[in-house]
Design a protein. Structure first.
Length: 376
């Protein structure tokens, strides 16, 4: 019988519930929500599956030691007790990434250094040879989290953040860029059903449309992340056969409808086409150059979009356009509270979320022809 471990999946604030639902759907045990994270249990195969399949996770961490510290040296003494030699070889490189919220440490770099010293000294003690640090492209990534005097040392099984699916091309971004994980999270929060068309009328480089199309086709995030890989593939106990089995289990669907995206910028649409091609969803996504003020309704009564923030676009125009040209539709819009005040429509739902460090609101507008009473 496979041994079970405790894991932590991290995410953005506001997406904890949808991430927990994703974990339950893939068979994780003891799923418990926390702030910007979800705890779960499972064997190593479950950890592989979580990295490969979850759409709303940023990292999958495996805690090795949880403890309390009274002073700086306690961190060193606890870190050296971990059997690092069970997890990687002395010939491999490693790096320590720290988040420290404690007066015991001057900064996170100092905490990382203390942990690094303990790891190196542990290898010297058990085998004589010490591993080297590589902060840019380490084989093994170690996560250190300190809050007051509570400390957790974990192995980072993901490596590069899981929001990096691998389909983005080019460097130019939409004025209000949205990460792949946030886009997937918003789609899930909206309650969009996989059997209906979706329209993003301000699609930028296509992230929302592409994430929806990947869901519709049942393309796993890991399928297009091949070049980036995962940190767990360099762990000492990595089981390549089990991971290959997970990759072989996915069955794709072919929806009988399109996911629509449009944008006023030709450059954005060109980039969106390239990204959709990289994600293997060009057969599902239809992209057009169009100004929202004159855009056709499309064959979709479900809209989800991320308008540019600030003064570049008039949010009152968005409200007017939705009200008069998208009757009998549902529209979900993410933006800042300040911007959304100008939409002029009463939201049916408001969900607080963050786009990066920016506090935002994700709002649902039910659009009826005539009054709401006459439509019911």
């Amino acid at each position: 019988m496979s041994e079970n471990y405790r894991f932590v999946a991290t995410t953005y604030a506001g997406l904890e519930q949808v991430l927990a639902e994703e974990l339950i759907a893939i068979g994780a045990d003891e799923v418990q929500q926390a702030r910007r994270s979800v705890y779960f249990a499972g064997d190593m195969e479950m950890m592989y599956r979580a990295n490969y399949s979850l759409r709303t996770a940023l990292k999958i961490l495996m805690p090795l030691r949880v403890f309390r510290i009274k002073n700086v040296e306690d961190l060193y003494h606890q870190a050296i007790k971990i059997r690092w030699e069970d997890h990687f070889e002395a010939r491999q490189t490693f790096a320590v990434q720290s988040k420290v919220f404690s007066e015991l440490f001057k900064n996170s770099m100092f905490a990382s250094l203390k942990t690094k010293d303990a790891i190196v000294d542990r290898f010297r003690r058990v085998g004589g040879r010490r591993p080297s640090v590589n902060v840019n492209r380490p084989d093994i990534l170690i996560n250190l989290h300190i809050s007051t005097n509570e400390c957790t040392i974990s192995l980072d099984s993901s490596g590069e953040s899981l929001h990096k699916r691998g389909y983005r091309s080019g460097t130019r971004q939409h004025e209000a860029p949205i990460s792949e994980v946030l886009a997937a999270g918003l789609i899930k929060l909206s309650g969009w059903k996989l059997n209906e068309p979706l329209f993003d009328p301000m699609c930028g480089s296509g992230t929302i449309a592409i994430e929806a199309a990947m869901m519709a086709k049942n393309i796993q995030p890991g399928e297009i992340r091949q070049k980036l890989g995962y940190a767990f593939q360099k762990w000492k106990d990595f089981d390549g056969e089990k991971f290959a089995k997970i990759k072989d289990q996915t069955e794709h669907c072919q929806p009988g409808y399109k996911i629509y995206g449009s944008d006023i910028s030709r450059e954005n649409i060109d980039m969106a086409y390239k990204n959709a091609e990289n994600a293997n969803v060009l057969d599902v996504v239809q992209l057009d150059i169009a100004d929202f003020r004159t855009a056709e309704k499309k064959n979709a009564s479900f809209l989800l979009f991320n308008p540019p923030y600030g003064e570049r676009i008039k949010y009152s125009m968005i409200g007017e356009r939705l009200k008069h040209h998208f009757e009998n539709s549902t529209a979900w819009v993410i933006s800042t509270n300040e911007c959304l005040k100008s939409v002029g429509l009463k939201p049916a739902s408001k969900i607080p979320v963050f786009n990066g460090s920016l506090s935002c609101s994700f709002r649902e507008y039910k659009l009826y022809k005539g009054s709401k009473k006459s439509s019911s």
